[in-house]
Design a protein around this ligand. Structure first.
Ligand code: C2E
Ligand code: CA
Ligand code: CA
Length: 561
């Protein structure tokens, strides 16, 4: 304010000084006019231009008297006008400064609001959530009270986005936010802390019983179906909660523990879970792994292993299942069971699948150039089967590596199709139409009916290893394997047995008419270089001829790439 006043008064001074200089100029002009008028008057009235004649003119000519007053009137008038002008200008500057300040304050307020609130729901965002939690923790520490933190994650929200589009996904989130807002008290904070994740700071909740009651209320609020595009959508959520100070006395620990509890609630489908120490066993490094997996995908830190599939009747074909591994800098060599469920949970499975497809097809091309044609099978999870762009991604990749569609097979489980059978059929039909093979993995472990199976455009049935590993010592396993081979053949499918761990099982399956065998007895999954060596040297050991040579599959051009 002070600075403004100074600037206004200095502006006024500047105006005054400019106005005064014009007044001085006016006075000079008036002076010159008097001299010229006096000379002219002395010449015309007194008859000569002398000092006496000019004095006489000044004495007798009244017009000159009036002119004589001008040098005094000009500065006075100029001074007056300049003062009025400068004060008017000053007032104008003051007014505009005030307007500008009000506008700036409003802009600042909006910027602060935008940076701390979610634009879709207008709820506090993660930053404000953490800030409010910090304030509540400080207060609770001072006043020795309790509080609770909850994290609520919408179940299977990605499917809504994938099937109904992001626009409808956003509409659903807005509706959910409104319902949740209706439940909390004024002193509580509800924030949108992620895509489909909401966070609660609950200063009045002191114990597990209160939390359970709140959890029930939240679930009840979501129970009435949501209406989107004339569709009635059932929405459920998984809630994890942690209490202060029992489960942590700082913000990071509380959020991390509520997240662990939420993760368990999601896995068990149990609605609300309150953190307890025992849960830690499930999740020591799980929370940071999500971010690290994203980096691993971006930095190509994953590794592909290949496990051979042996064709019992033909010595022309070579195939391998592609199995991903993660060489983690701290946790060491990680098997897919340790990170695929995580990839599905944090929405990375599509990126991971694309990574696996890209690198395995590139490898396939390399082998092809080295003289071996390998058919590769890639595991694809349920979420990809709901993505209408997935078939196009496959087409693009096959084209860019100049490989025919039949060099690729995708393995899907029965359960993955059951997530949304109708939609999966559409996508699978498009994939099959392209000529890509389709294998039904882990057959026998899901609950799909034969009616569903018949409708699938599958080419291969893979008997789950849990039936194969012990089939020689277990009659019911043997019966299941036998029945599955018959069933597969009746449906016109190639039958694969995975989990072949010894020569007796190998021989038995061959005798039973199984078409393809896979298992540790043949080879464990191995890195690409080792797999190449295996194809070149070891196939003969199983009574099959060595590798196929270029030209076995004339549909792949030998000199391309
Ligand atoms: P799966 O598709 O059933 O893959 C076969 C698993 O059985 C592999 O485990 C393989 O190492 C193992 N296996 C093979 N032969 C034998 C045997 O003779 N005895 C025994 N006991 N096991 C055998 P792995 O590599 O740990 O993969 C586990 C699962 O992870 C796979 O099960 C698959 O569902 C998933 N997975 C692996 N790679 C990918 C991937 O790139 N994407 C997706 N979505 N899932 C993947
Ligand atoms: Ca598989
Ligand atoms: Ca399997």
């Amino acid at each position: 304010m002070h600075a403004n006043a100074i600037s206004v008064s200095s502006n006024a001074k500047l105006l005054q000084s400019k106005a005064s200089s014009h007044a001085v100029m006016g006075a000079v002009v008036a002076g010159v006019a008097i001299i010229i008028a006096t000379i002219l008057s002395s010449y015309f009235n007194e008859g000569s231009i002398s000092l006496e004649a000019m004095v006489a003119s000044q004495k007798h000519n009244m017009v000159l008297w009036f002119l004589d007053a001008m040098p005094f009137i000009f500065p006075l008038w100029g001074q007056y006008v300049s003062s009025v002008l400068s004060y008017e200008a000053g007032a104008m500057v003051m007014d505009q400064t005030h307007e500008l300040r009000t506008y700036t304050i409003a802009l600042e307020k909006k910027a602060t609001h935008d940076s701390t609130h979610d634009s879709l729901t207008n709820l506090p965002n993660r930053t404000l959530f953490i800030d409010r939690l910090q304030q509540s923790v400080n207060l609770a520490l001072r006043e020795k009270t309790n509080l609770a933190v909850c994290i609520l994650d919408i179940d299977r929200f990605k499917e809504v986005n994938d099937t109904l589009g992001h626009y409808n996904g956003d509409r659903l989130i807005k509706q959910i936010a409104l319902r949740l807002t209706g439940i909390i008290r004024e002193s509580d904070t509800l924030a949108r802390i992620g895509g489909d994740e909401f966070g609660f700071v609950l200063p009045r909740i002191a114990n597990a019983d209160d939390l359970k009651k709140l959890g029930k209320k939240l679930q009840k609020a979501l129970k009435t179906p949501f209406i989107l595009e004339n569709l009635s959508l059932d929405v459920s959520a998984s809630i994890g909660a942690a209490l202060f100070p029992q489960h942590g006395n700082d913000v990071d620990t509380l959020i991390q523990r509520a997240d662990v509890a939420m993760y368990i609630a999601k896995q068990d489908n149990s609605g609300i879970v309150i953190y307890s120490k025992e849960l830690d066993g499930h999740s020591p490094h799980r929370l940071t792994l999500g971010g690290e997996l994203r980096e691993a995908i971006n930095n190509d830190d994953l590794v592909l292993y290949y496990q051979p599939k042996i064709f019992c009747k033909s010595n022309m074909h070579h195939a391998a299942e592609v199995l991903v591994r993660w060489q983690h800098p701290r946790h060491g060599f990680m098997l897919p069971d340790q990170f695929i469920p995580l990839a599905e949970r944090v929405g990375l499975i599509s990126d991971l699948t694309v990574w696996v497809l890209k690198h395995s097809l590139r490898q396939c091309r390399e082998w092809y150039k080295a003289g071996i044609t390998i058919e590769i099978s890639v595991n694809v999870s349920s979420l990809c089967l709901l993505d209408p762009e997935f078939p196009d991604v496959l087409t693009g990749m096959l084209a860019s590596y100049e490989l025919p569609a039949k060099s690729l097979m995708i393995e899907i489980t029965e359960t993955s199709i059951m997530v949304n059978p109708e939609r999966s059929y559409q996508i699978l039909n498009r994939i099959a139409d392209m000529g890509v093979g389709l294998s039904i993995d882990d057959f026998g472990t899901g609950y799909s009916s034969l009616a569903y199976l018949k409708k699938l455009p599958a080419t291969e049935l893979k008997i789950d290893k849990s039936f194969v590993i012990d089939m020689l010592g277990n009659d019911s396993d043997m019966a299941i394997v036998n029945a599955t081979i018959q069933l597969g053949h009746n449906l016109g499918l190639t039958v694969v047995a995975e989990g072949v761990e010894n020569s007796a099982t190998f021989d038995k399956l061959k005798a039973m008419g199984c078409d393809i065998l896979q298992g540790y007895f043949i080879s464990k999954p191995v890195a690409a270089a080792e797999f190449f060596a295996w194809v070149e040297k070891k196939v003969q050991g199983f009574g099959l001829q060595a590798c196929s040579l270029p030209g076995d599959r004339p549909d792949i051009p030998v000199d391309a790439g």
